[in-house]
Design a protein around this ligand. Structure first.
Ligand code: BTN
Length: 265
């Protein structure tokens, strides 16, 4: 079932979610969004599916996407270079973290580079509730389009193999939640931060991302493509790279899998 251009009621976005395509089942909303972007569909178009049969995570991993979650990809056409796509990941992560914190009064943090974590009780462990995947097509030094995918575990149960590190919002709050309400809030937040970014650059967004970062000031281990880096996470620069103090001096890391070695406070 497909509805073209259906508005989510109560939505007040200027760009993000102006047009929404809803599907019962797709391979991946990322792939649908890419096809639509190539056909020239407008910036802000969102593609949502109840179920993804081949949900994609970062680094070619699989993203388990049963009924109950929010699986959405958004077409963006920012005036940036491909080096700057992590900025869009930050905007997406911040939108989800803020929406969750506001609606469910959960403490939400950003785990560089693309995870949103929550915890229910102060002192308990933070677990991943959302992953952000940003893919771009570039040409002549600029980005042609960016597809930002948000995978939010809402009412779905986490499979046993993921329960140590990941949680759904239903598990975190103890209640079945309105996905529509959450989606609406996420799109509104995304819209706000994306407009801020267009007008003001990354300054205010970066400040907020750093404020709710789960990695800054922590000892971390980062598995990159060709090396493993250990040290203290010092800063996130305006391109979204992590600055780490290691035994060999400061390193600037653009991508990798982070393990936080000290407890998140
Ligand atoms: C990650 O943490 O590895 C990123 C996961 C991103 C998952 C979302 S779900 C919606 C969109 N469609 C996909 O196939 N992947 C992204």
């Amino acid at each position: 079932m497909k509805k073209v251009g259906k508005r989510i009621s109560g939505r007040s976005s200027q760009i993000i979610g102006r047009k929404i395509f809803r599907y019962k089942r797709v391979n991946s909303t990322q792939d649908k969004a890419k096809k639509f972007a190539k056909k020239g569909l407008a910036e802000g178009t969102a593609i949502i599916a109840e179920i993804q049969t081949q949900g994609k995570g970062r680094l070619g991993r699989r993203w388990v996407s049963p009924k109950g979650g929010i699986w959405v990809s958004i077409i963006l056409r920012p005036e940036i270079t491909s080096m700057e796509t992590p900025k869009i990941t930050m905007i997406g992560g911040l939108a989800v973290a803020k929406a969750i914190a506001e609606l469910f009064r959960l403490e939400a943090k950003l785990k560089w580079p693309n995870d949103v974590l929550v915890r229910t009780i102060p002192g308990s462990e933070f677990k991943k509730v959302c992953g952000v995947l940003t893919e771009a097509l570039s040409g002549a030094g600029r980005v042609n389009y960016v597809i930002t995918g948000l995978g939010i575990n809402v009412n779905n149960r986490m499979p046993p193999g993921l329960r140590d590190t990941a949680v759904s919002l239903k598990e975190a709050t103890g209640s079945n939640l309105s996905r529509q309400k959450l989606l609406r809030r996420v799109l509104e937040k995304f819209d706000k931060y994306y407009l801020d970014f267009k007008k003001l650059g990354m300054g205010p967004i970066l400040k907020e991302c750093k404020r709710i970062s789960a990695v800054l000031d922590r000892e971390v281990k980062i598995e990159c493509v060709d090396e493993v880096i250990e040290g203290k996470a010092l800063d996130i620069d305006e391109y979204g790279a992590l600055i780490v103090e290691t035994d060999e001096g400061r390193k600037r890391v653009v991508a990798g899998d982070v393990t936080i070695l000290s407890k998140i406070l």
